[in-house]
Design a protein around this ligand. Structure first.
Ligand code: CA
Length: 226
């Protein structure tokens, strides 16, 4: 497994390089986004660890640039930005997980293993398409349609919708959604799920006489065609 660590703080960079090497990874490092992008485009890395405060570019812009060029390896954001808004933004803009500084090495390694395991899991075991009513998800192309309307979803919205579809007819709680879609322990009091459901609903159920996403007050959500 080969990693790219993008971090401009020399102390943290060296610490990560050594710790990850000792954990059995091959590690490349970059101290700025321009170097990181060049290395990333080689397409040889299994995952990225990216600091957001970089000297030449915001780490989120670096992630966006890599994603737009087809670099899809998972990204663990490592940042001093701690607010829920910042974390949500990081996850919405292509980060797969988010760890705030200061961090515990054991947690970083655990999150990294999770990301790598998920990336190695086929996106669909038996089916490559999911459908509920006139909602259709193509899990390979990662696109979603409702009737003849293509839904413009962010990667997180797609993952959320996929999770709801896989559990169609079953109520899923906010905690289940946080565990399965974000795969992280965000403060359960956070409204990140509600915010994403709200946006997803505006896209999926907008202009449709028959809403699919239903709120079960105090419990969670259910996607169903009835
Ligand atoms: Ca920094």
């Amino acid at each position: 497994m080969r990693l790219l660590v993008v971090e401009d703080d020399p102390g943290i960079q060296q610490f990560l390089k050594r710790a990850l090497f000792e954990a059995g990874y091959q590690v490349d490092v970059a101290s700025d986004a321009t170097t990181a992008e060049t290395l990333a485009l080689e397409g040889v890395h299994d995952a990225f660890i990216i600091d957001l405060g970089l000297p030449d570019m915001d780490g989120l812009d670096l992630i966006a640039r890599c994603r737009s060029q087809g670099i899809l390896a998972p990204v663990l954001i490592l940042s001093a930005r701690r607010s829920v808004d910042e974390r949500v933004r990081g996850l919405e803009q292509g980060g797969d997980d988010y760890l705030t500084k200061p961090f515990a090495l054991a947690e970083l390694l655990a999150r990294l293993r999770n990301l790598l395991r998920r990336a190695a899991t086929p996106q669909a075991d038996s089916a490559t398409k999911l459908s509920v009513g006139d909602l259709q998800l193509d899990l390979i192309r990662r696109d979603a349609r409702r009737g003849d309307r293509t839904l413009q979803l962010t990667p997180q919205e797609f993952s959320l919708l996929e999770y709801l579809c896989r559990n169609a007819g079953r109520v899923v709680t906010r905690t289940m959604i946080l565990d399965h879609v974000w795969r992280m322990r965000i403060d359960p009091q956070t409204n990140v799920v509600d915010v994403h459901i709200y946006r997803l609903r505006s896209k999926v159920d907008h202009e449709s006489a028959k809403p699919l996403i239903h709120t079960i007050r105090g419990v969670g959500y259910v996607l169903k065609d009835s």
